[in-house]
Design a protein around this ligand. Structure first.
Ligand SMILES: NC(=O)c1ccc[n+]([C@@H]2O[C@H](COP(=O)([O-])OP(=O)(O)OC[C@H]3O[C@@H](n4cnc5c(N)ncnc54)[C@H](O)[C@@H]3O)[C@@H](O)[C@H]2O)c1
Length: 283
């Protein structure tokens, strides 16, 4: 099992994509508060600069890097890796977390598909492939945490490109962990962060106040850390609306579509409404 005290400690290094806002920034603050050197990679602009200032106030100027990076660009991630290694030497925690959620539909003419798959899925693949080899090579323990979504598991109707991207993150991260645990001498473990509803830049819309149902980014990061301490690969976060047993039944029903030969997304099919309701209630 991973002893987090060997990883999240002063003199070690964390890199977080999408680290200028929401869950990524909360994670960066957690790692900075633990004394780690932290590099946040995000789209440029005021948000990145402001986040860097907040981190410097926690751990000091010399322990913080903020690097403008578009994670959908493979070369940009390779350059990020080189820059972090040059400044901090080695990387112990990589959190591939940058994500976007513009609306998409199956047949719409807009380019949302390329953008979502480029950031949410290829950003994770690019980040892992850019940082993974040197993280394994230095021989010290470490973590690769990829941010997925419940929407990549139960795939509700609404934003198909988002679901496809997050489903890809799940599959990629499972394969990654299989690879890592079969790498002789490797001390890196992968983890799939599956947030619930979290009040962040991605979800807040016009709202100024956190809705009662949502968790904060800090709650999500605390849950993530506790889960990794326990050795969990799947970090299935609840929120104030959905408890774990509900998630478990929703996921089981989704898999049951194949096993029971139901139509896909039968949870939202009128013919199955009563059956799903009964299943959710454990009947
Ligand atoms: N908030 C939720 O309820 C929720 C639920 C499930 C999953 N997630 C996932 O959590 C992750 C973090 O999102 P958040 O909710 O904290 O939202 P957020 O918008 O607050 O943070 C996402 C960050 O990613 C950055 N980003 C976007 N495109 C980028 C790119 N091309 N390159 C680099 N950075 C880029 C944004 O600038 C932003 O700072 C995302 O992967 C998201 O899909 C969030």
């Amino acid at each position: 099992m991973t002893d987090l005290n060997d990883i999240i400690k002063p003199s070690n290094v964390a890199v977080i994509t999408g680290g200028a806002s929401g869950i990524g920034l909360a994670a960066a603050k957690h790692f900075a508060a633990a004394g780690m050197s932290v590099a946040i990679a995000d789209l440029g602009g005021d948000r990145l600069a402001k986040a860097a200032e907040e981190l410097k106030a926690i751990s000091g100027e010399e322990h913080v890097m903020a690097i403008e990076t578009d994670v959908s660009d493979k070369q940009a991630l390779a350059a990020l890796e080189r820059a972090v290694i040059q400044r901090f030497g080695r990387v112990h925690v990589l959190m591939n977390n940058a994500g976007i959620g513009p609306e998409t539909s199956i047949f719409s003419a807009d380019s949302g598909w390329d953008a979502i798959l480029g950031v949410n899925l290829m950003g994770v693949v690019n980040g892992t492939r850019a940082f993974g080899p040197n993280m394994l090579a230095h021989g010290e323990p470490g973590l690769i945490i990829n941010t997925g979504s419940k929407q990549g598991i139960t795939t509700p109707p609404g934003n198909p490109a988002y679901n496809v991207s997050k489903s890809g993150v799940k599959v990629f991260t499972e394969a990654l962990q299989h690879e890592l645990r079969n790498t002789e001498g490797g001390k890196i473990s992968a983890h799939l962060l599956i947030p619930g509803f979290v009040f962040t830049g991605l979800t807040k819309g016009d709202r100024a106040e956190k809705p009662a149902a949502a968790w904060t980014s800090e709650q999500t990061v605390d849950f993530m850390i506790e889960s990794i301490k326990k050795g969990d690969f799947y970090i299935l976060c609840p929120d104030n609306d959905v408890a774990r047993p509900v998630d478990e039944r929703r996921m089981a029903w989704a898999m049951g579509d194949i096993i029971e030969n139901r139509p896909p997304l039968s949870r939202w099919h009128p013919d199955y409404a009563d059956k799903f309701k009964a299943f959710l209630e454990g009947k």
